[in-house]
Design a protein around this ligand. Structure first.
Ligand code: HPA
Ligand code: ZN
Length: 340
């Protein structure tokens, strides 16, 4: 029997290190929350929503994403959103998640930081433990807003420091370089938060250098444009700075023109700690296994590549070395026992 990629992917123990909880809001759930909260949405049917999800660039998506999150008002909404996401990725054999949310997307609409963080954290704790999924929680600053707003958000996060592990940077990349957020990232590091940033999704390679050298981040979200700079590729590989790569997001937002041209295999061959993630699965057409399958089939990835990707997810995570080791052993056992 020949090696069945999709079957092997199904049972691989996985992580998700790049997931915007608001981007896991499925159309059906959007309607449900809109109804129970009496919020108007600009769609009549689920089909109409799905038809709106045609993007040629990041900003097309972001406009729709910010409209979608308007249906989230109460702590229960944030709890239900997070619980549904966890239940979904548990079916993909996901064992550990490091998820983002966008506090300013809610506080700017008059929803308290506490409402969002409490609902999300309660679901991660309760539902995560029922499903055997561990987690870290990361807040992202919206880079199209100014640094003062990010600093106010960090002050909120410090009040809930016991619930939050890291800070990140997302939203419209072009024209909003990491250098705009040097002070708030310094403050966050001093508070002991882990640091990540979206860089090199649509933005140039200079934004990746800024994220590394000015913000001192621990991990790069996306990072695709590093492939234009062999010196940077060598540095990222040598320093073991993980990249959270999002294949279906990349093709849906036209960062990559065709999955067959996705740079993931080249990243692995260069020794980069590249990981597979879903970004905004409700908008981009797939969760963890869909992302693994799409890129593995398009690039003809081997069993060894898939094992490496799954392992990278754990080594690139913010788990402790002991926890990481336990998962790496489980991956080796799975691969050894898997009958081709
Ligand atoms: N890029 C930037 N900002 C985002 C994304 C993304 O893919 N998803 C949600 N906010
Ligand atoms: Zn993202």
């Amino acid at each position: 029997m020949s090696f069945n990629i999709d079957n092997f992917i199904m049972g691989l123990p996985k992580t998700e290190l790049h997931l915007h909880l608001e981007g896991s809001l499925e159309p059906a759930q959007m309607f449900e929350f809109a109804k129970r909260n009496n919020v108007e949405i600009p769609y009549k049917t689920i089909d109409e929503v799905k038809q709106a999800y045609e993007f040629t660039q990041l900003q097309d998506f972001l406009n729709i994403y910010y409209t979608g999150m308007n249906v989230l008002l109460k702590e229960q909404d944030f709890f239900d959103l997070t619980a549904a996401y966890l239940n979904r990725v548990a079916t993909d054999n996901t064992k550990h998640v490091e998820v983002f949310f966008d506090p300013q997307g809610h506080t700017n609409r008059g929803i308290a930081f506490e409402t969002a963080v409490t609902g999300i954290h309660n679901a991660l704790t309760q539902v995560g433990s029922e499903l055997g999924i561990s987690f870290k929680l990361i807040i992202c600053f919206l880079r199209h807003l100014d640094e003062a707003s990010a600093i106010n958000t960090l002050k909120d996060a410090i009040k809930f420091k016991h619930l939050i592990d890291g800070v990140g940077l997302d939203s419209s990349e072009l024209g909003h370089p990491p250098s705009k957020f040097v002070n708030v990232f310094k403050m966050a590091r001093d508070e002991g938060f882990k640091l990540v940033a979206h860089a090199g999704e649509e933005g140039p390679v200079e934004y990746i250098y800024e994220a590394l050298d000015l913000l001192n981040i621990d991990r790069i979200d996306h990072g695709n444009s590093c492939m234009n700079d062999p010196k940077l590729v060598a540095r990222i590989a040598k320093e073991k700075i993980a990249l959270t790569v999002c294949p279906l997001s990349n093709t849906k937002l036209c960062v990559v023109d065709d999955m067959k041209n996705h740079p993931l295999k080249k990243m692995l061959d260069a020794g980069i700690v590249a990981t597979i993630n879903s970004d905004d699965p409700a908008y981009f057409g797939g969760y963890m296994n869909d992302n693994y399958s799409a890129v593995a089939n398009a690039l003809n990835l081997s069993k060894a590549d898939l094992v490496q990707l799954a392992k990278n997810g754990f080594t690139g995570s913010f788990l402790s070395p002991e926890e990481i080791n336990k998962h790496l052993i489980a991956i080796d056992q799975y691969a050894e026992n898997y009958a081709n």
